[in-house]
Design a protein around this ligand. Sequence first.
Ligand SMILES: C[S@@+](CC[C@H](N)C(=O)[O-])C[C@H]1O[C@@H](n2cnc3c(N)ncnc32)[C@H](O)[C@@H]1O
Length: 189
Amino acid sequence: MTSDSFFENIQPGRNFFYDIVLIDGLHLDEQVIRDVENSLKWLAPGGTIVLHDCNPLTQAAQDEEYRHNTLWNGTVWRAWAKLRASRTDLFMLTVDADHGVGVIQRGRQDVFGIGSNQVLDFDFLDRNRSELLHLVSPVEFFKGLDELPAARAAGRARRAIVNRVFHRILGLPRLLRLRHAPPPGEDGG
Ligand SMILES: C[S@@+](CC[C@H](N)C(=O)[O-])C[C@H]1O[C@@H](n2cnc3c(N)ncnc32)[C@H](O)[C@@H]1O
């Protein structure tokens, strides 16, 4: 099932919202923006969207064209850039691990200004990577977990659950191990 049809057919009962949504589907920016916007509609107060593949390290990895059996992050980062440039109502950071693990919560951010004529190419990403992605090391991320906007918005019990999920899916040993891109030829994403 595609994410679009999932969201079209969602029929939750009352009080049905998600604490964590992982987006790691079609790695093309328009789809990713749609996935983020749809997820926000069903995100619990204090919820988090985790967006994989925000930090491609090579030009080829962020090609629009899917290439089988090679590392392919696609144009996820462009979706990120567009949201970073426009959504003052979101808080966004990227954990600098495993192809870039984006974390999106309701909150606020000083947007990253991008001129309307700016071409979103790899050179632009490379020049602005740290600030555009709001890159944070895994160690910093875990240190600041309880200070994130969602943690403050969530009750104690819910915060404990979400933090446990973070530790499970973004566990520090795993993040540190995956910090570096796998050798050429190995599947990515
Ligand atoms: C990079 S893989 C991620 C796999 C997943 N995170 C996991 O751990 O199993 C991307 C997956 O998204 C699926 N996919 C592609 N386009 C999609 C879409 N529009 N909606 C939902 N899933 C999609 C692909 O079939 C593929 O299984």
